[in-house]
Ligand binder design. Structure first.
Ligand code: M6R
Length: 591
């Protein structure tokens, strides 16, 4: 998964493209590059590493081009290197292409082109696109692209420019995201809306199988047959301010602190959107499909849906779903949970379920994303843009939406909604713990392994706490159901092992306390998250993190926050790149 930006207009393209790439860096940061057209020539500059390396290399170069494309890469085919960095060009250096996604048949195409005498400079799948477009070019870039896309297989988006038509960008969407930004005398292309938000809020989201033909004066959209497609222009409600750090050291910390607002906005949004066009009870089964943090939200949601709607619910990793012989039918509601709405595993799994007759519900943060558009129904988390790679505010917003979904239409709807309304103020209180967690981070940041334990609603929170720690601090961490520990993982415990136990006063509280005793007996270091005033828990803990007491259903909201803060402070104290941890990308658009 990579980020694409394109600009054509009257301004200098380079700073606009670099700014856009910086806002897309969450999609990958192995290498970056730009292609500009100036005085009839194609200029290509690319560097391994983050955008700042590219910026350094461009520093002082007097480019004034009014058209260009840029790319930030998360390597799939071909190691991160300058040769493999985008843009890729044809042999004569007349066409430049930036690409996101995978061309699945690129090896066949590469062999065919090689037989025709084309020589390749990189190991990427992208380079075939540049050579094919050059080969198919007959004076009209759109026509050359139309001929080329018919040969490509896979999920991809790309943008191309040519010296022959120095005021035109053609962009293609097939499986990977691509949006068009509409300006005055200038137009944009990007993988995601935040890239172009400082310049325009008027956006067209392309659907699969569409091509955008962009000049300074206009935008035309076509299908792969070359037929014009009428599209609506959407006015993006986000403010760019909310996509900036606002005084916090990292986006992740800012986003942790935004949780009371994210949850409050989500409640208000869902309530104002009114009744759902279906009832959970209409279905034989609910299947929730998601990845990473969204999967953990699904695991919590399962307990709520079974409790309030009484419908059997399963939660499946999207990447596993499509390749198992999962019986899905028109009696199922399949819920795709995804912050970005672009995660390819989730998107493909939902399409697979839809083809088998299931109804699909998108639970997404990004309105207009692929998963949103392709599902039968949508529910939105109103968390605003999340820039940090580690999901935080979108997780608690997802929990809010799942609880809303579970209680909607049930006998206890009103009472439950009143409880949900209390979450933002409880979260505010929980955030006061940040300093305590900073101190704990200092004490435990050198540990090599952590165990996270919880039962019932706290088990998914243990998984989420462990995921947060490993993804940003690179410390090995495992989440486990506390009762399962005695079946194996207890062998890991010794005096060096910090064990974080989530122990709210719920139906499994006594059982969890017994599990803590098992850890203590093996000399493990016990860090607990429990309710303020729980002296019993405090007494058996080496470290006690006190969160405000809430009703049983709401405990995941308050127990996850200290785990996010602990992971954040450890990674920050270790001097790591909290917002862009190694090997990761915010949106995973490859299988
Ligand atoms: O955009 P999505 O919610 O579909 O993303 C799913 C995962 O890639 C995501 O939650 C990932 O695990 C995060 N880095 C977790 O912090």
């Amino acid at each position: 998964m990579c980020g694409i930006v394109g600009y054509v207009g009257r301004e200098e393209a380079l700073p606009l493209i670099l700014g856009g790439l910086e806002r897309l860096e969450y999609r990958g940061y192995d290498s970056a590059g730009v292609a500009l057209i100036e005085k009839g020539k194609l200029i290509v500059d690319k560097k391994v590493g983050k955008i700042r390396e590219l910026v350094k290399s461009l520093w002082g170069k007097p480019y004034k081009a009014k058209i260009g494309i840029g790319h930030t890469r998360w390597a799939t085919h071909g190691a991160p290197s300058e040769e493999n960095a985008h843009p890729h060009t044809d042999e004569k250096g007349e066409f430049a292409v930036v690409h996101n996604g995978i061309i699945e048949n690129y090896l066949t195409l590469r062999e065919e082109l090689k037989k025709e005498g084309v020589s390749f400079r990189s190991n990427t799948d992208t380079e075939v696109i540049a050579h094919l477009i050059a080969k198919n070019y007959n004076g009209d870039l759109l026509e050359a692209v139309l001929k080329t896309v018919r040969k490509l297989e896979g999920a991809f988006a790309f943008a191309v420019i040519t010296v022959h038509e120095p005021e035109r960008i053609v962009g293609v969407k097939q499986g990977s995201p691509l949006v068009v930004g509409i300006g005055k005398g200038e137009n944009f292309l990007a993988s995601d809306i935040p890239a172009i938000l400082p310049y325009t809020r008027n956006v067209i989201t392309l659907s699969d199988g569409e091509i955008a033909d962009i000049t300074p004066e206009g935008v035309n959209i076509y299908d792969f047959e070359g037929n014009p497609v009428a599209k609506e222009i959407m006015i993006v409600p986000w403010d760019i301010i909310s996509a900036e750090k606002g005084g916090f050291k990292h986006f992740m910390l800012k986003e942790i602190y935004e949780q009371p607002k994210a949850v409050g906005d989500t409640i208000r949004g869902l309530v104002s959107e009114g009744d759902l066009p279906f009832s959970l009870k209409d279905f034989r089964r609910i299947l929730m499909i998601a990845c990473g943090t969204s999967y953990h939200a699904g695991l919590v949601g399962k307990f709520w849906i079974e409790k309030y709607a009484g419908v059997p619910t399963e939660v499946v990793y999207a990447s596993e779903f499509r390749y198992a012989d999962f019986p899905v039918s028109d009696e199922d509601l399949v819920v795709g949970i995804s912050q970005s709405g672009e995660t390819i595993d989730t998107k493909f799994a939902l399409n697979f379920a839809k083809e088998r007759g299931a109804k699909t519900l998108a639970l997404v943060n990004v309105v207009g994303s692929s998963i949103d558009r392709e599902s039968d129904y949508s529910l939105y988390t109103h968390a605003g843009p999340e820039i940090g790679v580690a999901a935080t505010k979108t997780f608690t917003a997802q929990l809010t939406a799942l609880l809303f979904l579970a209680v909607k239409g049930s006998e206890r709807e009103e009472e439950a909604l009143r409880s949900i309304m209390k979450i933002p103020s409880k979260l505010e209180k929980t955030l006061e713990l940040s300093e305590d967690l900073e101190n704990l981070a200092l004490k435990y940041m050198k540990k090599k392994d952590f165990l996270y334990l919880g039962r019932y609603l706290s088990y998914p929170i243990a998984l989420e706490g462990a995921l947060k720690l490993k993804e940003i601090s690179y410390i090995h961490a495992e989440g486990y159901p506390a009762g399962e520990m005695k079946h194996g993982p207890i062998a890991l415990i010794d005096e060096n092992m910090p064990v974080v136990v989530i122990a709210p006063k719920d139906r499994v509280y006594e059982k969890t306390l017994s599990n803590i005793e098992e850890v203590k007996t093996r000399k493990g270091i016990v860090l607990t998250v429990g309710y303020t005033g729980d002296e019993r828990l405090k007494k058996i803990s080496d470290e006690f993190i006190a969160v405000p007491e809430v009703e049983e259903d709401l405990s995941p909201f308050v127990t996850v926050v200290p785990l996010q803060l602990l992971a954040y402070h450890i990674a920050s104290k270790l001097g790591l790149d909290v917002d862009q941890p190694r090997n990761l990308a915010k949106t995973v658009t490859v299988e």
